[in-house]
Design a protein around this ligand. Structure first.
Ligand code: ADP
Ligand code: MG
Length: 241
């Protein structure tokens, strides 16, 4: 269920901006790997993720999924699913119908889609929550539903944009465990945006560290601490410099 991802010289300048939001960024993600895109606010993390998803159109550079360029491929046909900081659930639908929505729209028989949705709700530990209105959920539960909905699309690449940063610290730890369980069971390739270096170190195999639209270092998590390539990297990783 996982794909390789290659980002090659990705560049994007928003209209009216004097400098690129993302400047010639390149990195690879192996099938089943979890990469954290880490950096301060405004460093270009979301723009990288949205470009991968097809929600932003880069000015230049390529995005390859299993070696195939996805330029011009609509977001819903890229084999990807995205979870945002705010869950964006349909308030008028039940928990189960939120999870089953994409599959039903894609033409899967409703009964089947709902049976699948039950499985994904169980995976995110919301068994028995299907009939509830989403408006009755806590923030952590909403984000679990958003994850179940993303997984129900059977993505080969799971894109997460600060998915846990609105949650309190204890809930965030539960979500890290959940992400580990999802990876163990479904093995999607994961790209997760975060501005929290501890979170990156906990959940990711590798980190792409961004600042001001530039990729400072792409490396195994521990190497960013032990072998920072520049003073800027050492500073961002909280080293004594
Ligand atoms: P991050 O996710 O790391 O906080 P973003 O990718 O959202 O950073 O933003 C990178 C830069 O691009 C910022 O300077 C931001 O203001 C700018 N930017 C992001 N989205 C837009 C947009 N839709 N229009 C104009 N500027 C944008
Ligand atoms: Mg962002």
């Amino acid at each position: 269920m996982s794909a390789s991802l290659r980002i090659d010289a990705l560049t994007k300048t928003f209209e009216g901006a004097s400098t690129p939001a993302v400047d010639a960024i390149s990195f690879d993600v192996a099938p089943g790997e979890c990469l954290a895109v880490l950096g301060p606010s405004g460093s270009g993390k979301s723009t990288v993720l949205r470009s991968i998803a097809g929600l932003d159109v880069p000015d230049s550079g390529r995005i390859l999924v299993d070696g195939a360029d996805v330029a011009g491929v609509a977001p819903e046909r890229r084999g990807m699913a995205m979870v945002f900081q705010r869950p964006l659930l349909f308030p008028h639908l039940s928990v189960l119908d939120n999870v089953a929505f994409a599959a039903t729209v894609a033409g899967q028989p409703r009964r089947e889609a709902r049976a699948d949705a039950e499985q994904f709700l169980a995976l995110v530990q919301l068994e028995g929550f299907g009939a509830r209105p989403v408006t009755a959920l806590s923030g952590g539960q909403e984000q679990r539903v958003a994850l179940a909905r993303a997984l129900a699309a059977r993505p080969r690449v799971l894109l997460l944009d600060e998915p846990f940063s609105a949650l309190d610290p204890e809930l965030r730890l539960d979500m890290h465990d959940l992400l580990a369980r999802i990876r163990a069971q479904l093995n999607p390739t994961v790209v997760m945006v975060t501005h929290d270096r501890d979170e990156a170190a906990t959940v990711a195999d590798k980190v792409a560290l961004l600042q001001g639209g530039h990729l400072l270092q792409h490396d195994a998590v521990e190497r960013l601490y032990t072998r920072p390539r520049s003073l800027a990297v050492a500073r961002l990783m909280g080293g004594r410099v």
